[in-house]
Design a protein around this ligand. Sequence first.
Ligand code: ATP
Ligand code: MG
Length: 224
Amino acid sequence: MRFRGPPPPRILLNNVSCMRNAQTVLRDINVSVHDGAALVLTGANGSGKTTFLRMLAGFSRPSAGEILWNGHDIASPGVYQQYRLQLNWLSLKDAIKDKLTVLENVAWFEVLEGKSGRALPALELMGLGRLANEKPRMLSMGQRKRVQLARLLAIDRPIWLLDEPSVALDDEGVRLLEHIIAEHRKKGGIVFVATHLPIKMEDAMCLRLPPRFPRRKTFLDLIR
Ligand SMILES: Nc1ncnc2c1ncn2[C@@H]1O[C@H](COP(=O)(O)OP(=O)(O)OP(=O)(O)O)[C@@H](O)[C@H]1O
Ligand SMILES: [Mg+2]
């Protein structure tokens, strides 16, 4: 009889370390991530949350250890080509083009993906339907973040890498973010989130990255 164990993780970080600027930023990280899971990264400014996401995106390579996707090292050329098509990246750089309309700013991502028809419904879900044909200069900070979230929905890839996704969102925006994350996970999608602000996610794993340097005195210590 064949032994049936738990399924292997979709993503496995195996003793991963990462250096930036010749200094070790992340050290010996071990994480198993299955379909439908969420990992929340927290930690002080400079502790390595963005570095962690960049490494998962393949922008930075681990200095030690390996990141496996379906059991294969994402750094190997054949694997990376497939793996990167699984990723949806959201960061503070919003890549919104001023010359395109709000709708076109979502739709061109979708077209690159060979998909169509999702951009407008995604903008509507994000409460931006009314602004679809406007130029992005009409958008507030939070509305620009909502455009980025609409892109996540329009592109619809399984692994979301979200760097501070709730910054600039109002309460309703945060609820929408929580909603789309929950729906994505229900379909088996995976979410990595770096955040300083609380974002409600059921059964999320948490990784608090340690500060990199001994804490120095700040202005707050002086006024206490
Ligand atoms: N482009 C870069 N080149 C070299 N070192 C960098 C670069 N970006 C960040 N670092 C260094 O890597 C360390 C981790 O930075 P990172 O951006 O991952 O932190 P973070 O946890 O995302 O911080 P924050 O909460 O401010 O977003 C920092 O100490 C920083 O000095
Ligand atoms: Mg960061």
